[in-house]
Design a protein around this ligand. Sequence first.
Ligand SMILES: Cc1ncc(C[n+]2csc(CCOP(=O)(O)OP(=O)(O)O)c2C)c(N)n1
Ligand code: SF4
Length: 538
Amino acid sequence: MLELLLGDEAVALGALDAGISGAFSYPGTPATEILEFIQQRTRGVDGLSARWSANEKVALEEALGMSFAGKRALVSMKHVGLNVAADPFMNAALTGAHGGLVIVVADDPGMHSSQNEQDTRYYGDFAKVLMFEPSNQQECYDMTREAFEMSERIGLPVLVRLVTRLAHSRANVLRSAPAQVDRGVRLANRPQDWTLLPVNARRRFRRLIDLQSALREYSEHARYNKLELRGPHGILAAGLAHNYVREVIGSDSSYSLLKIGTYPLPVPLIRELIDHCSDVLVAEDGYPFIESHLCGLLGVPGRAIRGKRDGAFPPDGELSVDRVRAALGMPATTTPPKVEDLPGRPPRLCDGCPHCDTFSALLEATEGMDRVLFSDIGCYTLGALPPYNAVQSCVDMGASVSMALGAAKAGAHPVLCTIGDSTFCHSGMTPLLGAAHEDANMTVVILDNATVGMTGGQEVFVTGDAFVDLLKGLGVREDQIVRIEPVKKQHQRNVELVRKAIEHRGLSVILACRPCVQVSRKATKKLTEKEQASGAPA
Ligand SMILES: Cc1ncc(C[n+]2csc(CCOP(=O)(O)OP(=O)(O)O)c2C)c(N)n1
Ligand code: SF4
C-alpha cells in the first residue's frame, strides 16, 4: 500500500511495522513529527508506549531499558539532542542491544531552527555503530526496518541520520507487511555485559572493536550503496545529496556515481570509483565527513578530490540542486530572489503571548540597572529581538540557570535568567539545585506556559502548583518563590514583585504562570468541535 509521508513519518511507520514496543523522544525540530506520528497511529492501542520523555538522555536510557527487556525500541531526537544523550549513546555501544534499538537523529544543516549545524555522522563514527543515511522517504521506511533487524543481528544500537529537507518533505512510500515479532519480555540475562565496571567495559569495548569487520562487511554489500561506473568524472553522493546529484546529471554518461547510504563507509566501492575516475566530487549534507575520510591529511595521489574542503561547495548551509550545479560548473536553474526585495518578516512572539508580559515586567523592574539576563531555548528566546532586546545569551538547554550561577559567583548583580517550563524540566533543575544549595544571589524566572510552545505544543510534566512543590523539592525555600500572573492588568504588581526579588540578597525564583495562547486556542477549538459534534451549544 502506498502512503504519502514526510521523511519523519516514514521513519515512524517503518518502526511501527518493525514491531516496536516503545518510542521515546524529546521534541525538537526537525524530528518532532516522528513521535507525533506514532502517537497518532497508536492512540488507543495497548502494549505500545509512546510518550515524551523529560530530555533526550532520558529518552535514550528508557529505550535502552526496553531493549534490555528484549523488546524493540525507537528513540528520536534532533541533532543537538544527541549531545544531551551522548553519555548513554556512547556507552550503549558497549552494553549492546538485546531487543532492537534504533536511534534516529535529524540534523539541521542551514540551521533552520537550531543553534548549530553539527553532523551526527561523527557521533556514529565515534561510537563505532552502524549508521544509515536515507536519500528519500522510501529509504526512511526501509532503512528503519532494516536497522531493527541489524540491531538484533549484531547486538548493537543502530543510528539513522536524517536532514531537515528529508524529514520535512513528502513522497509516496510503499509499505511492506508488518514484521511478526515476539513482544514478550525476554530479559538480557548477562548482567556482566550491561554493568560497565572497568573489568566488563574493557571486554565489551573489545567486542565492539571485533564487531567492526561485520559492520564493514554489511556496509560493503548493503543495497543502499550503489556504484554506476561510466564517465571519468566521479561523484560520491551521500543521503539526500544523491537526489540533488541525480536531478543535475540526469543520464549524462560523463559522470560515474557512487551513492552512499550506510556507514562504516563501503571502502571497496569507493576504491573502484577512485580508480575509475580522474576527479571525484563529494556531495554530502553537513560537514565534509566522507571527504575528510577520503583525503586524510595528504589527499589521494593523482586524483582531484573536490567538495567542501576545496571550496567546490560552501562549507556551511544546506546542499541544493543549484549548489551541485555550481560545483559541476553549470549555471543555476533558478534566480534566487534578492533578500532586499523580500518583505522582512522577523520572528516574534504571538500576540497575547504570556512571555510578552513577563519581559515587559522584567524590563521595567530593571530599568537603568546594569543587569545581566541570561536566557534559554524556547519561544521566549525571542525576547532577544525588538521590542524587548532583553536577552544577553542563549546557548543550550538549561544553560541560562548555570550561566546565571556562574555570573553570580563572579559578583555580577543583578543577575537574572529566563527559562521555559519544559526547558527547566529538561536541564534547568540540576543547576537550580546547586543555586539553592548555595543561596546564590540571582533571580530565576520560570516561564510556566503549560506547554512546549516552540515545538508545537507538546505536553509538559509540571505546571502550576506542582511547580511550587518541585521547586521546594529542589531546595528552594517557600519565601524565595514568587508567583506572578503575566497579564497586562497585573503589570504594576509584577514590576514590584520582580524588583523585590532582585533586591533580595540570595536566590529568588519567579514563577510566571499563564498558558500559551496557541494551546488555549487549540483547546477551545477542540472543545467547540466536540460540543458541535454532540449537538451541545458551542
Ligand atoms: C537539546 C535540545 N533539545 C530540543 C531542542 C528543541 N527545543 C527548542 S526550544 C524547546 C522547548 C521549549 O519549551 P519551553 O521551555 O517550555 O518554552 P516555550 O517554547 O513553551 O516558551 C525545545 C524542545 C533544542 N533546541 N535542544
Ligand atoms: S506559541 Fe505560545 S509560547 Fe510561543 S510565542 Fe506563541 S503564545 Fe507564546
